[in-house]
Each structure stands twice: as structure tokens, then as C-alpha cells.
Design a protein around this ligand. Structure first.
Ligand SMILES: Nc1ncnc2c1ncn2[C@@H]1O[C@H](COP(=O)(O)OP(=O)(O)OP(=O)(O)O)[C@@H](O)[C@H]1O
Ligand SMILES: [Mg+2]
Length: 425
């Protein structure tokens, strides 16, 4: 237990608290600094500063160089209507862990303390209606996090919808979100519900929310504040009950500074901010996710009595752990699926991995960089690239989009290479 004064300075620390924190705790030290250190997100510090009771978890360095997860629950001490301090109860967190330290939350795996903290916040936030803002690089699992929030919430039996604010043209987005009435504009031949009303009672995932045009930001803010939507061309607002989960790969704060995002909307969206760390900083997750994905591929493959991988070669795992994963978990998954298709036998070899992972200087467009030479029809033996494409197509049952995904290239690139290699029969 820690007792804090109204300015969040430690007044008293029990011996058990010191043992959990792993250091002596001098009185007068600021609790957020003590507990959160230089962490990027400081949910506990922020909540305490706002005077909210809070339960969260913090990551602390361990005596033997590792990290441990501490749960923190804070209760304000109130006299009359003034807050005079806080009591913080600390505990070591072991919840749901298997012996290797891996935990699962609605289909997401991790062994990394910062990700476990994300799961913990998700578990806490799920039952409430508070708006969650997820930030993370591409492929880190933002959409998975949004779905997990929905699945863990009382709204799970109601709809979940995702709308990508960057993918829908601004002119259509308003009606996509809020609906329209017949005759509202040319082409509005019948009423349109819009995703807000279609998701009534459920969860709406607003992906790439930073891309929302400014005038729609004003309208979204009004929806969040009044809990009603005004369909395009309608005269009366309609009540809606939707929980919003928004995602962005860039900092909204910076978008506000640039003047492309409204500060009031940012505050309204980031009631519960969540940062999903990139794969390259997650401790042990490349090895853990590699194991999980290979197990998954084995399971899929066993249905067709296909390849079963029993081991990942140590040098393959080393290459995977060295690679910086700009595409994060999605890229890891694709790379493993690729290696699974390309290789044979019970060991996943380093030579099965996509070239740019083993040799990053080969670049992400290694397939495109290969010389366009060899007259394909008369070639005595198929080039490795032709073989790769053939096998990917086989595995995708001829479905090109899927084959392109397996190869980690765009559908257009695959189509072009197939034409150039004479595979477009
Ligand atoms: N922790 C995890 N455990 C297992 N699979 C994961 C995990 N995180 C992400 N994935 C997988 O990685 C892929 C990418 O996840 P997701 O689509 O949620 O990323 P994203 O952050 O929304 O990416 P983008 O910004 O490009 O839209 C998905 O196929 C998902 O199944
Ligand atoms: Mg996404």
C-alpha cells in the first residue's frame, strides 16, 4: 500500500509495497514518476491528475533485468468535498498467464509486458461505454483490439461495424456514417440508414480517424455529445446508442497542432487512450507469435493432409528476430505463411523465408527488382520466382488476390509479373 497526499507525493509506503516496486520508496517522491517512469502512455498518472479512481497496471524493471507487471488500484481520500490524498493498492499480476508467460485475449497473443498492459486496460474498459482511441503502426493489431473490446463488452450480441475514414471519399462519408433521406441529393433514390444507426446498440470502429475531413469532425462531435444523428437531408435528429472505438496510426495531438484535427474531438475520443506497441519492441513476441502462427498453419494444413512443421530452425528464428518488421504482426504472419508454402518437410528453414527478411538490403520489392529476362516458354528449368508464384497460386487455389497476399506483393504487381513471365495463360 502507498499513501499519497493531494499532490500525488508518497507519504507512506509499506514494506510490501517497496518489495513489489523493487526499490526503497522515499517519502515525497511523486507516485506517477515512481510507478510509470518514462512510459509513453501514462494512464495512471493522467487519471490521478484528473481525480478519477483508477485501476490499471504498470510495468516495473525486475531485479534480474526482466520486467514485471504490477496492478494498481487507486482510491481517493476525501474529506467533505476536497480530495486530500490517495491510497494505492499494489499487487503482482499473474492473471491468465501460462508457464511461458504467454497470455491470450480474444485471439491476440503476447508475452510482452506492455502488450499485457494493453490487454489489462481492454479488460477494464470493455464493460463500459467509454470511447477508446487506439494508436499503433500498421499491422500491430488495432482492428483486432477493437473487435476484442466489442467481444468482451455487454454489446457483444449487437453489431460491430468498421469504417475506414481514409478509404471513403469525403462526399460519401457523411451519408455512410449518418445516413440520408430520399431526395437529399442527386442519386439519393431511397433512404439510407448509415453505419451509426445500423450499429445501434453495438460498437463502431472508426479506422484512420485522423483522415476525417474537418466539417465531418464537427458533425461527429455533435453525434458524440448529443447521442443523436442527423441524416443528410433530414430535419430531426435520431437517437443512437453506439460505442465508438477509433484508431489512428499517427498522433492525433500532432494532427491538432497542424490544424487538421479538432482538439475538442480529440479529447472526446481519447477518453481511454491505448498504445499498441510495434512488434520490434515487444519482448519475445516474434518467437511467441511465430510458434502460434506455425501451429495455426499446421492445423489448416492438417485438414488437407499437407505439410506439418515441427520445428523452426534456430537460424530462421534468429533472422526473424533480427528483422525490424515495418509491417508488424501482419507482415510476420505473411512471411511465415510464405515460408510454409515455399519450404518442405518438418523444419521451417531460413532459406524458406522471404529474401528481404533474411537480407534486408534486398528490399521489400525484391520480387519486382528481379531482372525481366529469360524467355519463359523456352526456359529449360523454371526460375525460383516462377516456382514461387506457381506454388503461391496453387496454395491459393488460383485466387490471385490471395496468392499476392501470400507473396507479400500487390495484386497488380503479381498480375504484371505473371504477364512478364508468361504465366498469364
Ligand atoms: N497479438 C496478436 N496475436 C495474433 N495475431 C495478431 C496479433 N496482432 C495482430 N495480429 C494479426 O495481424 C494482422 C493485422 O492486424 P490488424 O488488422 O488488427 O492490424 P491494424 O493495426 O488494424 O493494421 P492497419 O493499420 O494496417 O489497418 C491480422 O491478421 C491479425 O490477425
Ligand atoms: Mg486496421
Amino acid at each position: 500500500m502507498l499513501v499519497l497526499d493531494e499532490r500525488l507525493r508518497v507519504v507512506l509506503a509499506t514494506a510490501a509495497a517497496e518489495a513489489l516496486i523493487g526499490t526503497e520508496v522515499p517519502t515525497g517522491v511523486l507516485a506517477p514518476q515512481l510507478l510509470c517512469g518514462e512510459a509513453v502512455e501514462r494512464p495512471i498518472a493522467e487519471a490521478l491528475a484528473q481525480g478519477l479512481p483508477v485501476t490499471g497496471a504498470v510495468v516495473r524493471p525486475d531485479a534480474d533485468g526482466g520486467t514485471r507487471l504490477l496492478s494498481v488500484s487507486a482510491t481517493p481520500l476525501v474529506r467533505g468535498d476536497t480530495r486530500v490524498g490517495w491510497i494505492l493498492l499494489l499487487g503482482a499480476q499473474l492473471e491468465g498467464e501460462d508457464p511461458t508467460g504467454a497470455v491470450q485475449f480474444h485471439g491476440m497473443w503476447t508475452g510482452d509486458p506492455a502488450m499485457k498492459h494493453v490487454f489489462h486496460v481492454l479488460r477494464r474498459a470493455a464493460p463500459r461505454d467509454a470511447t477508446v482511441l487506439i494508436r499503433g503502426e500498421t499491422g500491430t493489431g488495432k482492428e483486432l483490439v477493437a473487435r476484442a473490446l466489442h467481444e468482451a463488452s455487454p454489446r457483444r450480441d449487437r453489431p460491430f461495424a468498421a469504417i475506414n475514414c481514409a478509404a471513403v471519399p469525403g462526399s460519401l462519408l457523411e451519408s455512410e456514417l449518418f445516413g440520408h433521406v430520399r431526395g437529399a441529393f442527386t442519386g439519393a433514390v431511397k433512404d439510407h440508414l448509415g453505419v451509426f444507426r445500423a450499429t445501434d446498440g453495438g460498437t463502431l470502429f472508426l479506422d484512420e480517424v485522423a483522415e476525417l475531413p474537418l466539417e465531418l469532425q464537427a458533425k461527429l462531435l455533435r453525434v458524440l455529445e448529443t447521442r443523436t444523428v442527423l441524416p443528410v437531408g433530414a430535419h430531426a435528429p435520431v437517437p443512437v446508442d453506439v460505442r465508438i472505438v477509433a484508431a489512428t496510426h499517427q498522433s492525433l495531438r500532432r494532427a491538432v497542432e497542424r490544424g487538421t484535427f479538432r482538439a475538442d474531438l480529440m479529447y472526446r475520443l481519447r477518453v481511454i487512450p491505448l498504445f499498441v506497441p510495434p512488434l520490434r519492441v515487444r519482448v519475445g513476441d516474434v518467437a511467441l507469435l511465430t510458434r502460434k502462427f506455425v501451429e495455426e498453419l499446421n492445423e489448416q494444413s492438417s485438414r488437407s493432409e499437407g505439410r506439418q512443421v515441427l520445428r523452426v530452425a534456430p537460424n530462421a528464428l534468429e533472422a526473424l528476430e533480427r528483422y525490424p518488421w515495418p509491417g508488424n504482426v501482419r507482415e510476420l504472419r505473411n512471411a511465415l505463411e510464405y515460408a510454409y508454402v515455399i519450404g518442405d518437410g518438418p523444419v521451417l528453414q531460413v532459406t524458406d523465408l522471404p529474401l528481404e527478411i533474411v537480407d534486408p538490403s534486398a528490399g521489400p520489392d525484391a520480387v519486382e527488382a528481379l531482372p525481366v529476362n529469360a524467355p519463359p516458354a523456352s526456359a529449360p528449368e523454371e526460375s525460383p520466382e516462377v516456382q514461387r508464384i506457381r506454388r503461391a497460386l496453387e496454395r491459393a487455389s488460383g485466387h490471385r488476390e490471395r496468392a499476392a497476399q501470400i507473396l507479400g506483393i500487390s495484386r497488380v504487381t503479381l498480375w504484371r509479373r505473371m504477364r512478364e513471365l508468361g504465366l498469364d495463360a
